[in-house]
Design a protein around this ligand. Structure first.
Ligand SMILES: NC(=O)c1ccc[n+]([C@@H]2O[C@H](COP(=O)([O-])OP(=O)(O)OC[C@H]3O[C@@H](n4cnc5c(N)ncnc54)[C@H](O)[C@@H]3O)[C@@H](O)[C@H]2O)c1
Length: 413
């Protein structure tokens, strides 16, 4: 049974989750809500709290299908139709290649892998094995981004000539994920622009429908280094003399504002409050932002010229409280401005504006349903139904190629 059978699979597609963290929990919601289409056949996670939190939502999952490491899972051969790979970035390649070798269809979290060569290997292996490999480029399924693309490509406003796009990482996300968190070191998680903005690159390529001709980029780690620590700064915010004034304080972020705490694992018999205190006093999230082991950039700009002649400027902004992408598309007969809350379409002649409201999708759960639609689309592909989303591995490899070229350009600049 695979995508090349040209038959539509009727019974539910069986799926094993590899990696049972934040992303897997989102995809689980789709699985639980559509038992007629998909069923969970197993879960693999090295962290017992994580795998048990998923297993507890699926009482029919037998003990033998809850795995503490991938080798034990893969050693059993092919026990399901598909896997969802939502492990950290540096595991994607090995886990995906093992899954493909066993004939699993794969829904793979972004980024595909850590290098273009690895991404190409995955694409080649999936072609050879005749299995579906889709990448979780969720913007393809987000109502706001789909509309932006449809408007730009409709022809009503002529041809696209330029795009200015801001992708705000935001200061709290940046300190949590890319300074203190698991995506702060290039050796394990790759360049920050690739981890965060591979979505943007993939979306802009999908929007323009054209390969890139020229790429330049500037960016560096400007601020989160020991040299910039204020006088009196200690290794941890809980005992820091500069904490009260520090905009990046972990005490402020986690204890006072209680933001970014949803993914802290709360062990049995403990409360979230205890867990926050444990992090602040001994965990990675209590560390001073100037004394972490981060080496990824904290701002970056990118300029692209596509083969079709579109000039694209992208700014990846860390030092902002903004969290929504802003896009301005210049066309020959008009312009489009979007900020995720809405889209303004202006025609040059007649000189008219119209506004499309998207406030209902801002902050709506599961990226406004896009996470769930990503799984739905994958299940359709596994069942042998046509996939028009362009999130398959062949299209995604080009996005990875462009992300790699951007990092190369940044290093050379
Ligand atoms: N598509 C998106 O919008 C989006 C958003 C955020 C993150 N991501 C990507 O999703 C992936 C997962 O991110 P997350 O936020 O869920 O991280 P997470 O840390 O919450 O989850 C990862 C899980 O993998 C487990 N794990 C780590 N190594 C393992 C191994 N060798 N074997 C088995 N399990 C292992 C961890 O214990 C953890 O539970 C990453 O690649 C990330 O870049 C995608």
């Amino acid at each position: 049974m695979n995508s090349t059978d040209n038959t539509v699979k009727r019974e539910p597609v069986s799926v094993v989750m590899i990696g049972a963290g934040n992303r897997a929990r989102k995809y689980l919601e789709y699985i639980l809500s559509t038992p007629e289409r998909v069923r969970l056949a197993g879960v693999v996670d090295s962290n017992p709290l994580r795998r048990e939190s998923i297993a507890s939502r699926c009482p029919s999952l037998s003990e033998e299908n809850i795995y503490s490491n991938v080798d034990d899972f893969f050693a059993r051969g092919r026990i399901a139709d598909a896997v969802i790979i939502a492990t950290p970035d540096d595991c994607h390649y090995a886990h995906t290649m093992q899954a493909i070798r066993l004939g699993y269809h794969v829904l793979l979290e972004k980024p595909i892998a850590q290098t273009e060569a690895e991404a190409e290997d995955i694409a080649r292996a999936s072609r050879d094995a005749g299995v579906v490999v889709n990448v979780c480029y969720v913007l393809h399924f987000h109502p706001y981004f789909r509309t932006l693309r449809e408007l730009a490509r409709s022809g009503e406003l002529g041809e696209i000539v330029a795009i200015n796009h801001c992708s705000p990482v935001g200061i709290d996300r940046a300190t949590h994920v890319y300074v203190r968190g698991g995506w702060g070191q290039k050796s394990t998680s790759g360049p920050l622009f690739t981890s965060k903005c591979c979505h943007d690159i993939d979306f802009l390529l999908w929007l323009t429908g054209s390969p890139c001709k020229r790429i330049s980029s500037q960016g560096s780690l400007r601020w989160f280094t020991p040299d910039n620590a204020p006088i009196g700064a200690s290794q941890r915010c809980v005992d820091c003399l500069a904490e009260a004034e520090c905009p990046f304080s972990a005490v402020d972020l986690y204890r006072r504002r209680r933001e970014w705490v949803k993914n802290f694992d709360v062990p049995a018999g403990h409360t979230l409050d205890d867990t926050i205190e444990t992090e602040l006093t001994g965990g990675r999230y209590g560390r001073c932002v100037y004394h972490c082991d981060n080496d990824v950039v904290d701002r970056q700009t990118v300029a692209i010229e596509t083969d079709s002649g579109v000039l694209i400027n992208i700014s990846m902004d860390v030092f902002t409280t903004e969290s929504h992408r802003k896009t301005h598309i210049s066309l020959t007969k008009g312009e489009i401005r979007g900020d995720e809350h809405g889209i303004t379409v202006t025609t040059f002649r007649p000189r008219e504006n119209r506004y499309i409201d998207f406030s209902h999708t801002v902050g709506a759960p599961f990226h406004a349903g896009a996470d769930l639609a990503t799984v739905a689309n994958f299940i359709d592909a596994v069942r042998g139904m046509a996939d028009e989303s362009a999130t398959d591995i062949e299209a995604a490899v080009y996005s990875q190629h462009v992300c790699d070229a951007i990092e190369e350009a940044r290093q050379k600049s």
